[in-house]
Design a protein around this ligand. Structure first.
Ligand code: FPP
Ligand code: MG
Length: 298
């Protein structure tokens, strides 16, 4: 059914009747389609599920196009980003087109569904703004990080599960909590993989978050664990291009202090709560999505 979502997105794009848009859309890497999978697993038997999945994936793709411009990212999902190949102007406009076409289709849904998805987009935009602000200085506050990743990443996944539940006449609140926990765990694991994986595995430069200014959860836990001298050294490396010795120091302190393990355990706890909620509802496929995500390569 995932192919039907791809087909639906193409239909939406074809309807715009513009060759350049078609070309730019074709150039976008597809990614995991996590949000589409969620809609289909929650509401796959509903006639409008494919459309809802396509709308949410288009909004998500738009947010990544804008994010890559903001982060000045040269790669996305292992290939050159659209801003790198076509320039930032086209990447921003393509984001705007995907976003507004997605909204045009979203308003055809029941207003409660449209409202949940629309307000999540406001949340994710605020989350991105908060991410930009936090990245301007070393920011080891756990609460700010959690709020930022909730808004930037988990809010749309929460809204995906909740809107699909509404479409299927299921308990919206339970699915929202599932999506929220999945989204938080997903972002934390992403932040861990930035440190533990190689550039080849990631499809983007490794250990890049801290260079970009992002004080992610492993760095917050590491900072907590270090002595005064270590704290000062870590803070001094924030936002700068790291040499090999500095990377090695961070990596070994991350392992030695247990910061990576602690961040992983936290993601696992959040994920396990989501798994429990779904096992209680006999939604085994949804539980397995979380389990597979938690077990991503370390
Ligand atoms: C990736 O974060 C970014 C997001 C999950 C959200 C970005 C949101 C916006 C740019 C708001 C604009 C929204 C629309 C719909 C136009 P990351 O940089 O931590 O992850 P990455 O490593 O995948 O880049
Ligand atoms: Mg980014």
């Amino acid at each position: 059914m995932l192919e039907q979502v791809e087909w639906q997105m193409h239909r939406f794009i074809e309807a715009l009747d513009n060759e350049e848009i078609k070309k730019l859309f074709k150039a976008l890497p597809k990614g995991k389609r996590l949000r589409a999978k969620l809609v289909l697993k929650v509401a796959g038997d509903q006639p409008k599920a494919v459309k809802l999945a396509a709308v949410i994936e288009m909004i998500h793709a738009a947010s990544l196009l804008h994010d890559d411009v903001i982060d000045e990212a040269q790669t996305r999902r292992g290939v050159a980003s659209l801003n790198a190949t076509e320039g930032s102007k086209r990447a921003v406009m393509m984001g705007d087109i995907l976003y507004s076409k997605g909204f045009e289709e979203l308003v055809a849904f029941e207003s409660k569904i449209a409202k949940i998805v629309a307000s999540a987009v406001t949340q994710l935009s605020i989350g991105e703004l908060m991410d930009v602000k936090l990245s301007e200085s070393f920011s080891p506050e756990l609460q700010s990080y959690m709020q930022m990743i909730y808004q930037k990443t988990a809010s749309l996944i929460e809204a995906t599960a909740a809107s699909a539940a509404l479409l299927a006449g299921k308990d919206e609140k339970v699915y929202a909590t599932y999506g929220r926990n999945l989204g938080l765990a997903f972002q934390i694991i992403d932040d861990i993989l930035d440190i533990t994986q190689t550039s080849e595995q990631l499809g983007k430069p490794a250990m890049h978050d801290f260079e970009e200014g992002k004080t992610t959860l492993p760095y917050i836990y590491l900072y907590e664990a270090l002595d005064q001298e270590g704290k000062e050294k870590l803070a001094s490396l924030h936002g700068k291009v790291l040499d090999e010795a500095e990377r090695d120091w961070i990596r070994s302190m991350m392992q030695e202090s247990g910061a990576i393990q602690r961040a992983y355990l936290y993601a696992k706890e959040l994920g396990e709560e989501a798994v429990r909620l779904m096992r209680n509802k006999n939604e085994n496929a949804l539980a397995e999505i979380v389990e597979a995500m938690i077990e991503r390569n370390f």
